[in-house]
Every structure is written in C-alpha cells, then in structure tokens.
Design a protein around this ligand. Structure first.
Ligand SMILES: Cc1cc2nc3c(=O)[nH]c(=O)nc-3n(C[C@H](O)[C@H](O)[C@H](O)COP(=O)(O)OP(=O)(O)OC[C@H]3O[C@@H](n4cnc5c(N)ncnc54)[C@H](O)[C@@H]3O)c2cc1C
Length: 244
C-alpha cells in the first residue's frame, strides 16, 4: 500500500458530540483510499501564510460508506480546529496518507485491550469490521475502554454498544471523568480509563494493549503496563499531538 497525495472534498458534516465534528469526505478523483483500519491521514491546511500539517485517524467502519470519515474535537484556540469546524460541503483539502502502524497485526493475542480517550477512540471504530471477523474465527476476546468527560461525549458509543451486543467476546466500558448519568448502564462507570485498566486482571503474556489519544493518559498507562511486565511491543501507542 503506497502513500498518496490527493484532494478530499467535504461531502457532509455533523456534530456527533457537543465538541466533536464528524467530517465525511470523498476523493476528488473518485479513487478509493486504500488503508488499514487504525491508520490516519495528514491534512495540509493553509493558515496565515503557512501550511499546517494535521493528522486525523480514519473513523470509517469499512463496508458501510465509501466516504472517509474523521472526527475532529474542538480544541480551544486550535488553528486546524477553526478551519475544520468552518468547512462547508464542497470545500477541498489537500491530503496525504494513509500513514501509521497503529493497526491490528497478525499476532492475535488471547485478548486485545483497546484504550482511547475522546477522539482517540476513532481508530477502534474503524477496526470493528476486522475485529468482528477475528472474534468469529478465533478464540480470543477484546475489551474497549473509552474515556470521556461524561455521557454526552460518548463518541460513537452506540456503535460500540451494538457491537458488544452482537459479539459476546467483546466488552465495552465507558469511563466518565466528570459526570455520571443518574441511572448508569452496566457499561458506564466513573473515573479515568487508567483506573479501569488496572482492574482488568492484565496478563503480559496474553494481552496486547492499544493506547490512543491524550498523551498524558498514554504515558501513565504505559508506565503501569511496563511495571506489570508488559514488553514494549505489546504496548501500542498513538499520541494525538501536533508538531507545528
Ligand atoms: C496520529 C495522530 C492522529 C490524530 N487523530 C486525531 C483525530 O482523529 N481527531 C482529532 O480531533 N485529533 C486528532 N489528532 C490531533 C490533531 O492532529 C491536532 O493536533 C488537533 O486537531 C489540534 O490541532 P489544532 O491546529 O486545532 O491545534 P493547535 O493550534 O496545534 O493547538 C492549539 C492549542 O491547543 C493545544 N492542543 C492541541 N491539541 C490538543 C488536543 N487534542 N486537546 C487539547 N489541547 C490540544 C496545543 O498544545 C495548543 O496549546 C491526531 C494527532 C495525531 C498525531
């Protein structure tokens, strides 16, 4: 699979949580984008005479739409944020990709532990089709921990709730750092994803852990996992930071 440069055109956009805008984009040349779920694209965004390079994980569930979906959170004072939140249908953006090694590899463990904060859950949404295939074929399980402030920020929560209902080997756990619903569902709890992670009966020989999103969460969790005996290759990380 080669990295390509292409133009994306915004087809539609919608707010999927109070702070996250989902953009649904298609290639101007009508070619499909070949990618492995978990990879990201780089948008080249003109801002104040410079070009900002900003990465966004592909959120599309393969087999559904042909469009490339990304979910961008509103970062206060963020330059790319402003451009992405102002984009209108028909607007174009130069893009390169796909990039990244934050993908499901051919090393099925006894359990995948997928941890994400906020928009850091989007690569896992893209992995659902492949996870479903693997769960049906092999004996292993997967658990997804999603950390957000409260129930209104449960990005793509319904996708994961539905997937868990359809796949007994998959468990979804939402971790709310600020607000809880009055009557929490079984998948809802208060606290940070790191707190739930340590309660999972982790096994460095059986589990492979993916961490995506907030860099502080990833660093804290990685320290915990290394202390628990996890070899570095079994801790897979994607930190959401920008470089210019
Ligand atoms: C591999 C990869 C994949 C990514 N995928 C996604 C994705 O799917 N969705 C998504 O929304 N973002 C994603 N990001 C982050 C994204 O690339 C940008 O960093 C983000 O949109 C902020 O850019 P900005 O230009 O608006 O902010 P900037 O103008 O660069 O920053 C403005 C201020 O906000 C702070 N800041 C930057 N990012 C954040 C943040 N996430 N939270 C809080 N404060 C922040 C900065 O330190 C700075 O003080 C990804 C990053 C990487 C490296």
């Amino acid at each position: 699979m080669s990295r390509e440069q292409f133009t994306l055109v915004l087809r539609s956009a919608r707010m999927v949580t109070p702070r996250v805008r989902e953009l649904s984009l298609v290639r101007e040349d009508s070619q499909p984008l070949e990618y492995v779920p978990g990879q990201f694209i780089t948008m080249h965004l003109p801002f104040d005479g410079q070009t900002l390079l900003r990465n966004y994980s592909i959120a599309t569930i393969p087999g559904g739409t042909e469009a490339i979906e990304i979910a961008a959170v509103r970062v206060e004072g963020g330059r790319a944020t402003r451009l992405l939140f102002e984009m209108l249908p028909g607007d174009r953006v130069e893009t390169t990709g796909p990039f990244g090694r934050f993908v499901l590899r051919d090393d099925p463990p006894a359990r995948y532990v997928l941890v994400g904060t906020g928009t850091g859950v989007t690569p896992y949404r893209a992995m659902l089709t492949e996870l479903g295939r693997r769960l049906a074929e092999r004996h292993f399980s997967a658990v997804l921990l999603l950390g957000v402030r409260g129930p209104d920020e449960l990005l793509y929560g319904q996708n994961f709730i539905d997937f868990a209902e359809q796949h007994p080997g998959f468990r979804f756990q939402a971790c709310y750092s600020r607000t809880m619903p009055e009557l929490p569902a079984p998948y809802e709890r208060k606290g940070y994803v790191q707190d739930t992670l340590v309660e999972l009966d982790l096994d460095p020989n059986m589990d492979i852990v993916y961490l995506c999103g907030n860099p502080n969460m990833i660093d804290t969790a990685a320290v915990t996992l290394r202390a628990a005996g996890f070899p570095t290759p079994n801790i897979r990380r994607e930190k959401y930071v920008s470089s210019n």
